[in-house]
Design a protein around this ligand. Structure first.
Ligand code: TRP
Length: 373
């Protein structure tokens, strides 16, 4: 948990100003240096993902050890997850695009955990059948991200707990209530399911070693809010004779409204993976920008891409061409480019991207069994 005046980042709540330099300081993670990125680029055969080039993934724990290990011929396993608390939006989906890229680079197995238990325990009003409905729905988006069906296993906690429980109890034995109270802000009024849950989210960190007994390193790509779980997992790894998991953390994907991240609690801030092209157009059209209120002022003063979600979506995802994005940034600042024009440009790319996703999502229905444990 991290509190800095009004900035709150926990696995369940992200609020306030997001200053990523400060976040690195507070969390005590390592910045992703140019040197490290260079080494990784070599390993990736020169193909550096736009999310690394432009630092959507910006900080890590021991990512360098993963690179060392892989360079020496060691095996790397990936682990990421999803808490099924509603439909998937672009902010959830973005790290999965990156995870799929990592799977290709490391030719890696992937464990994808679905924490239906966590969401059931956390949301007072949710019944088990609600989270199970979200689980079935979310799995389609996960599969549509293009993971290798031969190398990817989706673990649904409640369904597959037998696979995790042995590891989870070992973890739980070494983690005290005062630790999780300090790390997650749990109270005496917190239900005991949630108090145990960090052991369940830690379990997949060690699953491959547990199953194979081999010296594999697990790398977890995810958003920075999940760090508390993996801090705890790393702390106890050695005691259990496992390698520490490494992590690679992303920033939050910005929402379409002023400030803040893309969030299910504000549906107009989010592009859902099942939104129709019409809805996407409307949401982008109504989005906040870094522009001026009138065309005249925009031409005169220019816009501010630093605070503009339209620019950020192109920057982090949809405009991979370095030359084009630089040109757009300059044209925005100079007033050459109007927000309306930039929105139309993004809409075209976004609608195209989502159409492809929806097709893969439909096909995913036939693949679910292949991905389940
Ligand atoms: N707790 C995560 C969520 O609420 C789900 C999750 C489980 C996860 N294991 C993970 C996320 C590993 C990232 C990496 O979304």
């Amino acid at each position: 948990m991290s509190r800095d005046n009004e900035t709150i980042i926990t696995p369940w709540e992200v609020k306030g100003k997001l200053e990523y330099e400060k976040i690195i300081q507070q969390f005590g993670t390592s910045p992703l240096t140019e040197g490290l990125i260079k080494r990784f680029k070599k390993l990736a055969g020169g193909n550096l993902h736009v999310m690394l080039r432009r630092k959507l993934f910006f900080t890590h724990r021991d990512f360098d050890l993963v690179i060392n290990h892989y360079e020496k011929g060691g095996e790397v396993v990936l682990y990421t997850g999803r808490g099924p608390s509603g439909p998937i939006h672009l902010g959830h989906y973005v790290p999965w695009i990156f995870t799929k890229y990592l799977q290709d680079v490391f030719k890696a197995k992937l464990y994808f955990q679905i924490t239906d238990d966590e969401k059931f325990l956390y949301h007072r009003e949710y019944r088990l059948k609600d989270v199970q409905k979200f689980t079935n729905d979310n799995i389609l988006d996960i599969i549509a991200a293009g993971f290798d069906p031969h190398k990817t296993k989706i673990i649904i906690d409640i369904r597959d707990i037998n696979v995790l429980y042995k590891i989870a109890v070992k973890v739980a034995k070494h983690v005290t209530f005062s630790t999780v109270k300090a790390v997650f802000g749990f109270q005496h009024s917190t239900n005991i399911g949630l108090i145990f849950f960090p052991a369940v989210q830690a379990a997949p960190c060690f699953l491959e070693e547990e199953i194979t007994g081999e010296n594999v390193l697990t790398l977890i790509p995810c958003a920075i809010d999940q760090d508390p779980y993996f801090r705890v997992a790393r702390d106890i790894a050695a005691k259990l004779g496992y390698n520490k998991p490494s992590t690679l953390y992303s920033k939050f994907f910005p929402g379409l409204l002023a400030g803040g991240k893309m969030s299910s609690s504000e549906p107009e801030s989010a592009i859902y993976m099942t939104d129709t092209s019409e809805t996407i157009k409307r949401k982008i059209w109504n989005a906040f920008t870094g522009g001026q209120p009138t065309v005249e002022e925009q031409r005169l003063k220019g816009g501010n891409p630093d605070i503009c979600p339209i620019f950020h979506y192109l920057y982090f995802l949809f405009e991979e061409d370095d030359h084009k994005i630089r040109q757009q940034e300059m044209d925005c600042r100079s007033g050459n480019l109007l927000c309306g024009e930039h929105k139309l440009y993004l809409i075209k790319k976004l609608v195209n991207f989502m159409e492809k996703h929806r097709k893969r999502r439909e096909k995913a229905r036939d693949l679910v069994d292949k991905f389940l444990l």
